[in-house]
Design a binder for this molecule. Structure first.
Ligand code: FES
Ligand code: FES
Length: 165
């Protein structure tokens, strides 16, 4: 039995404590935003945020996550009320197939939480692990800059919407 806090909600999971977080999110909690790409820590499609830091969920056993706050893309907003990152990615049509996008957004979320006006270099560095097969990197970079603008315009702290309730 493992206790996890995901998007502000507590969960008690019957899983082998060595199970990678990605499998628990998708198979036990029906949070399918984080994607399985390589399972080897090399593509970034499984990225979530743990205590404010971007983490590759395919690489972290759930036993290391008790007492820590996990945020997935489902915690950034909803279809009816998208968060600034989701709004910006939609506005700039940053996705092609979309498979890499949740991981891209979560790496960006960790960055924008600590710096809502990152430089181009800082964005590229924060997303270095995240690969996109479709090659939409330039639109993704533009969407992250736009999300920062939206956050600053709204004077929003780049906090996790999902953790409010
Ligand atoms: S699925 Fe985790 S890094 Fe590729
Ligand atoms: S949009 Fe297809 S992998 Fe990035």
């Amino acid at each position: 039995m493992v206790s996890l806090s995901v998007n502000g909600s507590p969960h008690r999971i019957e899983a082998d404590p060595a199970t990678p977080l990605l499998y628990v999110l998708r198979d036990e909690l029906a949070l399918n935003g984080a994607k399985y790409g390589c399972g080897l820590g090399q593509c970034g499609s499984c990225t979530v945020v743990v205590d404010g830091e971007a983490v590759l969920s395919c690489m972290v056993p759930v036993m290391l996550l008790e007492g820590r706050e996990i945020t997935t893309i489902e915690g950034l907003g909803t279809i009816d009320e998208p968060g600034p990152l989701q709004e910006a990615f939609i506005e700039l049509q940053a996705a092609q197939c979309g498979y890499c996008i949740p991981g891209m957004m979560m790496s960006a979320h960790a960055l924008l939480r600590r710096n809502a006006q990152p430089s181009e270099e800082e964005i590229r560095e924060a997303l270095a692990i995240n690969l996109c097969r479709c090659g939409t990197h330039l639109r993704i970079l533009a969407a992250i800059r736009r999300a920062g603008e939206l956050m600053r315009a709204a004077s929003l702290p780049a906090t996790d919407q999902g953790s409010a309730g």
